[in-house]
Design a protein around this ligand. Sequence first.
Ligand code: NOJ
Length: 733
Amino acid sequence: MEQQKIEALLGEMSLDEKINQLFQGNGMFYEGESIATGPVSAQGFTEQTIRETGSVLSIIGAETVKKLQKAHMENHPHKIPLVFMADIINGYKTVFPIPLGQGAMFNPEMAKTGAEVAAKEAAASGIHVTFAPMVDLVRDARWGRVMESTGEDAYLNSVYAKALVEGYQGEDPKAPGKIGACVKHFAGYGGAMAGRDYNNAELSERTLRDDYLPAYEAAVKAGALLVMTSFNTLNHVPSTANKWLMRQVLREEMGFDGAVISDWAAIEEIKNHGAAADLKEAAKLAMEAGCDIDMMTTCYANYLKELIENKELDEKLLDEAVLRVLELKNKLGLFENPYKDADEEAEKELLLCKDHRKKAKEAAKESFVLLRNKKMLPLKKDEKVAFIGPYVEEKSIIGAWSVFADEADAVSVKEGVKNLGIKAIFAKGCDSLAPGETIHGMNKKYTNNRSKADAEIMLGEAVDAALKADKVVLCIGEHMAQTGEGASRADITIPKHQKRLLKEVARVNKNVIVVLFTGRPLDVRKIKEVAKAIMVVWMPGTEGGNAIAEVLYGKTAPSGKLPMSFPYSVGQVPVFYDEFRTGRYYDGKPTENRFLSKYLDVPNKPLYPFGYGLSYTEFSYSKVKLSADCMKSGEEITASVKVKNEGRREGAEVVQLYICDEVGSVVRPVRELKGFEKVWLAPGEEKEITFTITEEMLKFYDINMEYKAEPGKFIVYAGGCSDTENAAEFTFG
Ligand code: NOJ
């Protein structure tokens, strides 16, 4: 529809109709295709609100969506279609590794493929918009939502943000098989203090701008249709009421012209924060701040009219918000085709199809990070291997946010091993939850009803299995529901009963390989003490078991690198590689000097840093070479390094480029990732990787809050991990 027609449509809408466009409810407001009056009146709404509502969330399925849309169109005074939105995070029915695992792939193209698959499947089921990508920078492993992010680095997150938006939306979100992207959570939600979900964030404006904002901006620049607000406060202002954040930073500075949606009930929560006296004030603040859509509260629907009629709120703001919602519908092509791709036949053909499963398996394989390998892996087909642990048969391996997928569709480790035609010993040893334990997942409850006595028998069986084997592959880790929204943990070790399994198994078999399932970096010290190999497999998704078996048996070498540091202990958290230099730097060597920036009981460095990960082969690096040792403003130089596969197996290495600005008008990080390239190398093969260094890469917010590069010395590092010392220097300016 032409812009003029949209504006004309807005002009024809009544005040109520406009306000109702901004309400987003979920399935509780509908019974089949008619309006569920109970919840409507419980919310203080009239049926008219729902009849004229602008969008819905979490209603899926081609048949349902089509019926609801048809009924809606028939009843709507201006025949304005609904937008169907949902959380399609790491997949719809075919599930890819959790986003943190995708970060570990260091392969944004593959993440883009994952988003394309998710979009195709979701579109066939009637979804128009996904609440993804989540690009919050995460540095605190206690926070359960780290699993939804691609990690602790601003550059890595930005590259992924762009790739994911492109994957979902393609060139045109209207096109078949494409859906709109909603980048979230704006802004700084990953800074939730002490890793406690929904907690506030304390970020200086510089940290916000240098580290947290780039990924949202990358998604905006890639054309994301929507932005979602965050639950936290910034500078003591709830994001959903933060005018500076949404009107100045997002719209003016980043140039965002799409729609802003509140997070679930976040407008109402402005009152809970104590930043509004009542819901009416909350509605006013959110509207003034530039939040267009109210997800799941009554604030806009019940109070905007009164605010406007009493001249406490300018109707112009409402019109702007409604226009953005209408424009969103237009960008999605819904005025021409309100059903978009919803199609039962396409659902049958696409959901969980062979091609999607194959892609999910490839992604899973690339996401695994080998932390340790003392000549244990890969396994040989003729070795006697016992697969032990709660994750051997577990299908809850798709990640907490895969709320529309069926866990039963996932391939377990046992199935994966059998699919390779390998005969192994299998024993559970224990459940992922302790006997009697219950955990509430995102959309279901998990309970372990096994008695303690039965659990003891199971443990005994595992020890017997371990005794019979040459090697033990111990599949342990957090429960899938122990990460995700509302799943913060203060203890980031594996559950206690699984530690016992580890101990008992390691007592009788010294060749323990731990396959670690997790949604967050864990403290793995205890595991490292007894396991000769550790491979992190995150929550690997639908094809998890096949991917794990193929990597364990060496069909493919592991090639992931950590997108988030694995701390030495929870006491170090937040711990991340691009920290600041302190005035009392501690180099980690034994010292009697008390007055250095260090702990008395643990090292400063994480156990495994950002960018770390082994392969089944080894790589060597030539010294990094710069094309020039000085660079003037507006110029570019290159940094080159040769990487060679020194082993006898094929493998991939992620060549990483870091830059350190030695002296700045404000303190600069010890180094920052500025580029990376993943290369697969045959045995003995060598490749030269060249990175271009531009002035843009050297910029930051200086002492006057100007974004620019300062003259001076820069150190360039290139290698296979964030701790590489392979360096060269140049001067800028
Ligand atoms: C709350 C979460 O914070 C957000 O990420 C999600 O998209 C919405 N709920 C909708 O489910």
